[in-house]
Structures are given as structure tokens and as C-alpha cells.
Design a protein around this ligand. Structure first.
Ligand code: ATR
Length: 286
């Protein structure tokens, strides 16, 4: 599809955005379905967020992805928030519906789809989430009323405590919390079914680090690492070696993108095309 006077613009805003894989993923999908859309990334510093959103209104930009550090602050500048964005207090997707800016959060749904795609049934699972930052919040909100038991462990315990108490209030579910020290991790993991790494430990350039001791991984566990760069983190490699089921961060990235794509276009996302585009961008394919 040629870019024309009718082409709709979707854009990522955040700081930094240079290394984002979303432009490759979404442009490949638009092209594949012959949709008259284009996706660009704009670096927007925090102090320029208000002006940027006014610009979205003035330029009638069709849709946004929002990334760090703007996900929380952008919520107050929109006209409406859907259920997930309201509960999480963070927005990663915006739709401009005839001038009304509606905020969504597809991170949580992306994590759920990644788990479902791996054939994992959540209902009875004791789930341990490592980390209590932005990514952890999205995952924890989407899992809080779907798993058997939820435990949040974080290096800074007060952040885990705050998240756990927020989840308890919103979803009336039992959520425990603790530190990320080796003793607590060993004891919580001893009967955990699903372990989700939502810390940045293991991310390039620190790919030789893992958030947990690999001896704690059992073959009947599911290990989900939200880190997607490298594609196979040390944690995932050790989990595979131990015979555990693994879910990669790329899967969550793909599914959150697919959910945003559907919001902007009304069309189901071409998952396979987007997956290949992501892997290509990460250097997995030539
Ligand atoms: P994101 O949006 O990717 O979640 P974030 O909000 O900055 O990023 O959160 C990063 C998470 O990784 C936090 O849980 C952080 O722990 P703290 O709250 O104690 O800072 C965790 N994290 C980062 N580096 C870590 C490290 N070296 N060891 C343990 N946890 C780490």
C-alpha cells in the first residue's frame, strides 16, 4: 500500500523509542493485510507529553502506543479509559475515535494470551511474579483473579507490598508478597507452578544474569520470562534444560501488539507475520 493523503498514522510515544520493535511488527502487519496505515515512533520526553497529546488531537493521529516513562501520566490526558487501563492506572494503547481519545492497556491481555497460547490452564496454579515495576503490574492485574494463588516478590519489598494490597482491594483475591532474597525465593518456588520474571534481570547487556537459582526449577513448572532481548534468556535456557515449559517475552510483546492492532484497525492481527517481523528485528532471521 502506497502512503497517501488518506493513510492513517499510528505512533509509539516514549523515551527512548529508538530500539522499539513495534514499528517493524505493526508495519509488517499493515502491509500484509493491505491496510492504509503506517506506524512510526516519536521520542517524547515527559515534559512534552501534554503538548504531544494536544498534537495527536490537532493532527488527528489515529492511534498510539505509549511506553516508558509516559504510561501512567498519559492516562490523565485522555477522554476515557477502558476497564484494564483504569484498574492498572497505566495506558499502553490509545484510539482516537472521532476526536475522543480512549486509553487501553493491552499488556495484561498480552501476557494472558501468551500463557494461553502455551496451553497453560491458570485456574489452580500457584503463581510467583518476580518484580513489582510496570511490567509486573500489568501481568499481576491480569492474573490476580485467574490463578489459584499469587505471590509477588521484589527486591524493594515496599513496592511488592503496595501492589499486593492494591490487587487485594480491586479483585478481592488473596495476594501475598515478599522480598527477592534467596531464602524467600527458594521457599516460594518450592511449590510454585508458574514463575514469571518481570524484573529486568537477564536483559542485554546483562544476559549472563538470572533472577533465580536454576536449581529451583522443576520439570513440572512453567517459566515465563518477560525479557525478550535476548530471545532466549539464561533463565529460559536453564528452564528448558530442567525440562520445564517455557514462555518467552517475545510472545507477550506479540500478543500485546496484536491486541493494540485490533483496537486501531478492527481487524484480527496476522500473528505469524508479526512474529516473523519481531524475530527478524531481533536478528534471529537474516
Ligand atoms: P518495567 O517497566 O520493565 O517493569 P521498572 O518499572 O523499572 O521496569 O521495573 C523493573 C523491575 O526490575 C523492578 O521490580 C526492579 O526491582 P526494584 O523495584 O527493587 O527496583 C527489578 N530489578 C531491576 N534490576 C534488578 C536487579 N538487579 N535485581 C533484582 N531486581 C531488579
Amino acid at each position: 500500500m502506497e502512503v497517501s493523503g488518506r493513510t492513517k498514522l499510528c505512533a509509539l510515544i516514549g523515551d527512548p523509542v529508538e530500539h522499539s520493535l513495534s514499528p517493524m511488527m505493526h508495519n509488517a502487519a499493515f502491509k500484509h493485510l493491505n491496510l492504509d496505515f503506517i506506524y512510526l515512533a516519536f521520542r517524547v520526553e515527559k515534559h512534552n507529553l501534554k503538548a504531544a497529546i494536544e498534537g495527536v488531537r490537532a493532527l488527528k493521529i489515529h492511534g498510539l502506543n505509549v511506553t516508558k516513562p509516559l504510561k501512567v501520566d498519559v492516562a490523565a490526558l485522555l477522554d476515557e479509559l477502558d476497564f484494564s487501563a483504569r484498574n492498572m492506572g497505566a495506558v499502553n494503547t490509545v484510539l482516537n475515535q472521532n476526536g475522543r481519545l480512549i486509553g487501553y492497556n493491552t499488556d495484561g491481555v498480552g501476557a494472558l494470551s501468551a500463557i494461553q497460547e502455551a496451553g497453560v490452564e491458570l485456574e489452580e496454579l500457584k503463581t510467583v511474579i518476580l518484580g513489582a515495576g510496570g511490567a509486573s503490574r500489568a501481568v499481576a492485574h491480569s492474573l490476580a483473579n485467574k490463578v489459584g494463588e499469587l505471590v509477588i516478590l521484589n527486591r524493594t519489598i515496599s513496592k511488592a507490598e503496595r501492589l499486593a494490597s492494591e490487587l487485594k482491594k480491586l479483585y478481592q483475591s488473596e495476594v501475598r508478597y515478599g522480598g527477592l532474597d534467596s531464602q524467600t525465593v527458594a521457599s516460594e518456588l518450592s511449590d510454585a507452578d508458574l514463575v514469571i520474571n518481570a524484573t529486568s534481570v537477564g536483559m542485554k547487556p546483562n544476559e549472563n544474569a538470572s533472577p533465580i537459582n536454576s536449581e529451583l526449577i522443576r520439570p513440572d513448572m512453567v517459566i515465563f520470562d518477560l525479557v525478550y532481548n535476548p530471545l532466549e534468556t539464561l533463565l529460559l535456557r536453564k528452564a528448558k534444560e530442567a525440562g520445564a515449559k517455557t514462555i518467552s517475552g517475545l510472545s507477550m510483546l506479540l500478543h500485546q501488539g496484536a491486541a493494540s492492532f485490533k483496537i486501531w484497525t478492527g481487524v484480527d492481527a496476522p500473528l505469524d507475520v508479526m512474529r516473523v517481523a519481531l524475530k527478524k528485528a531481533l536478528g534471529e532471521y537474516p
